[in-house]
Design a protein around this ligand. Sequence first.
Ligand SMILES: Cc1cc2nc3c(=O)[nH]c(=O)nc-3n(C[C@H](O)[C@H](O)[C@H](O)COP(=O)(O)O)c2cc1C
Length: 213
Amino acid sequence: MSIIDSLNWRYATTKFDRNKKISNSDISKLKEIVKLSPSSWGLQFYKILIFSNQEIKDKLLPAAYNQKQVADCSHLFVFCSLKDVHEKDINQMIDQFHILRSNDKDYSKDSIENYSNEVKKSVLGMNKHKQSEWLKKQCYIALGQLMVGCADMRIDSCPMEGFKSNEFDEILDLDSQNLTSVVLLPTGYRSDEDKYQHKTKVRKPNNLLFVDE
Ligand SMILES: Cc1cc2nc3c(=O)[nH]c(=O)nc-3n(C[C@H](O)[C@H](O)[C@H](O)COP(=O)(O)O)c2cc1C
């Protein structure tokens, strides 16, 4: 199957089959797919919460305007960004660079420290609004990668911005962890009754979407 076949197969699933659950081994693969997502400066300033517990999904449902995907899916991915970035968050990631690259032939402690200084200047120098927007964008890159990965594995999903972030944050006690919810991805398997799976995809024609120079 080509990637184009997979992308034509996927659609924003509105009705999941409650009885079909994603296996633990497939969840491990999905985690790897998200983990490999690129992020600005390689910082991965997000956390992805994964809920399969029915009680928690039911509790979150009203905060998602009762969009049933949240409760009926097998696993609900909640993409959260850091609320504030502190120097220690950058240091923690820079430590990873040192640890994971220390055996590289061209490893240089100094060049990683220079990189760290550049990162700090850029990220800690942003005003609060810009920083928050930048942090949220990182979640969308990971979301996109996960959606494509799901499609490749024939796992259904539905990207969702239709939820009250402040209510999710409260229910999940995210504030105390310096996190805020950004975007959701319920995942699982489509119900035969979901009429959207039969709809023709609507996309812009190439001449409106691309400019080939
Ligand atoms: C960032 C984002 C947020 C979305 N939020 C919702 C949502 O809250 N509820 C919903 O049913 N669909 C939501 N969608 C799904 C879109 O409506 C859908 O992707 C679009 O209509 C294209 O259809 P397709 O994904 O089936 O090809 C969202 C999609 C994206 C990318």
